[in-house]
Design a protein. Structure first.
Length: 231
């Protein structure tokens, strides 16, 4: 597979994030840990892609099952909660940072915007271990930037600008959070993550829809507000 200039730029951003993680100097929004993620009352308004079953099955079998054997008490995402974040609207908080009117405005913007954009491919290539979570990371076609920036402009114009702090303002990439934890992973877990990351074997995955929803950090208590197909 030919790696595009856009993907090279995405990998540079991802490498900078990995460096910040190593140096414990994160300068972007993260979700602080809690003891019980499933019952976490904090809520966000965000948009995601809900993956197809073949990808969900591969994630569970190839990644989560071996890791669960090492650290069984971590919160591992069940298949119906795994997701790729497309565009945040309002960050997670209790009470929420949004109103019912904000949700309605976001629905209108997404309904107008998403069908104008094309499907895109994701190329998963590494795992990234953050202080409180583990993520599967992929580069993408340039269309992801087009979607994110278009939504960002329209949400801002609509009075519900994204309140998340980002390290980068372009070259957005795909991220599936696999697990969250409130305690530091063991060395055995870290080594297994490194081993799995080196041996990843995912086919390019096509994102064909975007879903707007409210939920907590692990997609429990999710309330879907709308799903729109990409052309």
């Amino acid at each position: 597979m030919t790696v595009t200039t856009h993907q090279i730029k995405q990998k540079e951003v991802i490498d900078r994030i990995a460096s910040q993680v190593s140096n414990k100097s994160l300068n972007f929004s993260t979700v602080s840990p809690v003891d019980d993620f499933a019952n976490d009352p904090r809520t966000c308004l965000t948009s995601v892609h809900l993956p197809h079953q073949d990808l969900l099955d591969q994630v569970q079998q190839d990644l989560l099952e071996p890791l669960r054997k090492i650290e069984p008490d971590f919160h591992y995402y069940p298949s119906d909660c795994l997701h790729m974040t497309i565009k945040n609207v309002r960050v997670i908080n209790d009470p929420p940072h949004f109103s019912e009117e904000d949700i309605q405005q976001a629905e209108k913007i997404f309904a107008e915007t998403i069908p104008q954009h094309r499907k895109l491919n994701v190329y998963f290539y590494r795992l990234l271990l953050f202080p409180n979570n583990l993520a599967l990371i992929g580069t993408t076609d340039e269309e992801l930037d087009n979607i994110v920036l278009d939504l960002d402009n329209k949400l801002t114009a609509g009075g519900i600008s994204d309140d998340k702090v980002y390290m980068n303002s372009q070259y957005f990439f795909s991220n599936i959070t696999l697990a969250r934890f409130a305690t530091s992973p063991s060395e055995a877990f870290r080594q297994k993550v490194a081993q799995l990351s080196e041996s990843l074997n995912f086919q390019p995955y096509q994102v064909d829809s975007v879903t707007l929803l409210t939920c907590n950090a692990v997609l429990k208590n999710k309330k879907i507000k709308g799903t729109w197909k990409l052309k």
